[in-house]
Design a protein around this ligand. Structure first.
Ligand code: NDP
Length: 282
């Protein structure tokens, strides 16, 4: 019996790994996609602490595991432990999913940006082309979505972060992809944005980014990557109070990135709307 995985013979085995992991909705989402598409699979949560990913991955592959979703704090470790890397993972140096190929090589990918952009465009009908975007935060989630946001050709993408050196590192990495600038929260121009995306971890503790409400216009849409069952977060409530045109939490991003992973693993594109609706009523 392995240290991390207990994989019985039978259905193909998938999991989500991270620490903490008990809160993850990925098993419900992938099992719902499986039922919808008539595909039998096992998908579990596995708690793996930081600095243990490489040994866990070796065990996963030896035990016959087929694919993993990866969350905090393992996305960087997962990228480094994989044998091969899809370009969108290589751009960010982080993996949010990993596939075990027939020859047992492991392929790192990152579909967080795909998930966010699909949610914005398809579910919320938010057009990004030629729009002014403000991204709050410069951690793993922000870094993972920048290439996908730039692919939509916004007129500009501004990154505001508490630790400016991290925002400048992202500018250096992605500057060729479009008009990208890093600005201190306190120095944000007295101007409004078409879309403000909160990619800080502040919502997890009920905190708010130090943002001047003047950046919100009556047409501004606001998005929080954090999600909740009722779709409300402290940041989104604050945006509503200051007159935002619409607010969306990150549940759709979570479900859309899971759908992108599911289609890579199973070759079928699942329908996301019924799964999102089921998660909302819990
Ligand atoms: P990281 O820890 O990598 O980054 C955290 C970010 O929050 C940093 O930019 C950090 O700034 C900022 N921050 C933290 N505390 C403060 C503070 N007190 N004041 C100002 N800024 C602060 O986290 P992730 O990027 O991995 O995750 C961010 C969020 O995105 C989480 O809420 C996570 O749940 C969510 N997420 C949602 C997904 C989805 O599918 N919906 C997918 C991935 C993430 P600094 O650099 O200065 O420390």
């Amino acid at each position: 019996m392995g240290k991390w995985f207990h994989i019985p013979p039978g259905d193909p085995y998938f999991c989500v790994v991270g620490s903490p992991i008990a809160h993850s909705k990925s098993p419900e989402i992938h099992q719902a996609f499986g039922r919808q598409c008539g595909i039998s699979l096992r998908y579990e949560r596995v708690e793996i602490p930081a600095n243990s990913f490489a040994s866990a991955l070796a065990e996963f592959v030896a035990s016959g595991g087929r694919g993993m979703s990866i969350t905090v704090p393992l996305k960087g470790e997962a990228y480094r432990a994989a044998s091969d890397h899809r370009p969108r993972a290589a751009l960010t140096g982080a993996a949010n999913m990993l596939t075990v190929a027939e020859d047992r090589r492991t392929v790192a990918d990152n579909v967080d940006g795909t998930g966010l952009v699909r949610d914005l465009l398809s579910n919320h009908k938010i057009n990004l082309s030629a729009r002014r975007l403000l991204l709050l935060g410069a951690g793993g989630a922000a870094s993972g979505v920048i290439p996908s946001l730039l692919e939509q050709n916004p007129s500009e993408l501004i990154i505001a972060n508490r630790t400016m050196v991290k925002a400048h590192e992202l500018i250096e990495r992605f500057r060729e992809g479009g008009d990208l600038r890093a600005i201190d929260y306190a120095k944000l121009p007295h101007d409004t944005y078409d879309l403000i995306i909160n990619a800080t971890s502040l919502s997890l503790t009920g905190g708010l980014p130090p943002l001047d409400p003047a950046v919100i216009a009556r047409s501004t849409r606001c998005y929080d990557m954090m999600y909740s069952t009722d779709g409300r977060t402290r940041f989104l409530d604050w945006c509503t109070e200051h007159g935002a045109a619409g607010c969306s939490d990150g549940l759709g991003m979570l479900v859309e990135q899971a759908a992108a992973a599911f289609s890579i693993w199973h070759g079928v594109e699942p329908e996301t709307a019924p799964v999102m609706a089921a998660l909302r009523v819990r």
